[in-house]
Design a protein around this ligand. Structure first.
Ligand SMILES: [Zn+2]
Length: 492
């Protein structure tokens, strides 16, 4: 699957494939095959590890004519309002006309480190940058995307301190603050001889319209948004180095959106989404949003059903409310580990003998592998779930209301993690209820989701999750692979 110009990944599909190689002695390094780009084989381990944190590109195409917006989140790693808003556009919006290209995680290395910029401020690297800068390639890639002839306008999402106001009111509310503002570098696009007038030539009017749209839907009167013109071309040396000014120099209208750091992330995301929706609407780009625009709706959409799959989609792990440590995760011995995520801010970073799973700034869990040879001779288990016979492929989540049973598989051993019998180590053929499994072995903090693993002569076949939240939640079977064994789009 490719993300990029011309591809249409749609909603909640596996976003990124990363390959980790387990070398003799169990030392790990990462090689990323960043979604349809190039194979980075042969890189030195240190350089290769960085590839796990390359930015991803999500193209949402309506198939109908219309303008193309480029939305950039995460240029600074400590501004989660911006990058979570961009991620929600990629995962929860359907574009009805025109096209939206989203880069939600431009500075992913700094995002996982919760740093504004581990190699300095990336938003000051757009005027001049030397080839030896560790971020040269990232900046070069995004510049090429911005200059692409089909991109009509660009939104750069930030979280800014305090509240921008036109006159001094207080230390938190004054003209030097950035929060709650729409940033333009100048009032109008530079005139070019012989060039047709185009969308958003009047930057000031478009930004004022956006501010007005937001100000009609404030969560509180003190959150009012203003337009801030940095008059960059009139000698603003700092702003000359930014992404938006680079865009202007290449005749692309660009706006900075700043939500206030005074709010928690869902509040910041709320204002970002209002701003993005205003610009899309002004441009005539139609869209549907898959959740209610409220702090609760945003919080839920940010976390629900985020998942990763490992080992050729034979292991599926849901990351929502996951325990902060998971042990004995079966990974393939002496072979590269591949993982896929269904959310652009999820990534796995090797650390010592384990891997950290990140969701943007948040470290969700640490996975400790146990290495096995994989036996690919078996693809599924036969189960009886709440009285119904089901054939379940490995790498699935099965909703269970009350009870399940895994049918006996000749020559194979079923291990229900946290369930034990005195008389046997093969746990097939037993009716199992939630209270038969020790809660501390669940993958989630609530003690509702458990692992069922199948082995043959010490080799690992695959894993299925049994999810006892079925009783209170309308859960569906979720699978990492489709019937032909291909990587499947994620579905709820
Ligand atoms: Zn910023």
């Amino acid at each position: 699957m490719t993300w990029g110009f011309g591809s249409n990944p749609g909603m909640l599909r596996w976003a990124k494939r990363i390959t980790a190689c387990a070398a003799p002695g169990n030392r790990l390094w990462l090689v990323i095959l960043c979604a349809g780009l190039a194979c980075w084989g042969g890189l030195r381990p240190a350089a290769a590890a960085d590839r796990a944190l390359d930015f991803s590109v999500h193209t949402l195409s309506s198939g109908l004519p219309g303008p193309t917006a480029l939305i950039v989140g995460g240029i600074q790693g400590d501004e989660p309002g911006g990058f979570n808003a961009a991620a929600l556009i990629a995962t929860h919006y359907k574009i009805r006309s025109g096209r939206v290209i989203v880069v939600p995680n431009l500075n992913f290395s700094s995002i996982v480190k919760r740093s504004r910029g581990i190699y300095g401020d990336m938003n000051r690297k757009f005027a001049r940058l030397t080839l030896d800068d560790p971020e040269w390639k990232t900046v070069d890639r995004i510049k090429a995307m911005m200059k692409h002839p089909e991109v009509d306008f660009i939104l750069n999402l930030h979280d800014g301190s305090g509240f921008y106001t036109r006159t001094y009111e207080s230390p938190q509310r004054n003209p030097k603050r950035w929060g709650q503002s729409i940033i333009i570098d100048q009032a109008r696009m530079p005139r070019v001889e012989g060039r047709e007038p185009s969308l958003f030539d009047d930057l000031s009017r478009a930004a004022e319209t956006c501010a007005g749209d937001i100000n009609r839907r404030l969560l509180d009167d003190t959150h009012r948004v203003f337009v801030k013109n940095t008059h960059t071309a009139k000698g603003n040396r700092e702003m000359e180095k930014t992404l938006t000014f680079f865009a202007l120099k290449h005749h692309k209208p660009a706006f900075g959106i700043e939500a206030s750091k005074s709010f928690l992330t869902p509040g910041r995301v709320y204002y970002h989404l209002l701003a993005i929706e205003s610009f899309l609407t002004q441009a005539g780009i139609g869209f549907d949003r898959g959740f209610p625009l409220s702090k609760t709706g945003i919080r839920r959409a940010m976390d629900e059903d985020i998942a990763l799959s490992l080992g050729e989609q034979r292991v599926l792990l849901f990351a929502e409310n996951i325990r902060n440590r998971l042990n004995f995760i079966p990974m393939e011995k002496d072979r590269e580990l591949r993982f896929d995520v269904n959310h652009p801010l999820l990534t796995l970073v090797p650390n010592g003998k384990g891997f950290y799973l990140y969701h943007g700034n948040r470290r969700l869990t640490r996975l400790f592998p146990q290495y096995f040879e994989y036996d690919l001779g078996l693809d599924r288990v036969e189960m009886v779930v709440d009285g119904e016979g089901l054939s379940i492929p490995f790498g699935s989540r099965v909703p269970v209301k009350e009870r399940f049973l895994v049918k006996h598989i000749p020559d194979h051993r079923v291990n229900i993690i946290g369930f034990s019998r005195q008389d046997t180590t093969n746990e097939s053929g037993f009716v199992v209820r939630q209270n038969n499994i020790a809660k501390r072995f669940s993958i989630d903090r609530a003690g509702r989701i458990f692992r069922v693993e199948v082995y043959r002569e010490g080799k690992f076949n695959g894993m299925v999750l049994v999810d006892f939240r079925a009783e209170q939640k309308s859960l569906k079977l979720a699978r990492a692979r489709d019937d032909r064994g291909e990587k499947a789009p994620f579905f709820r």
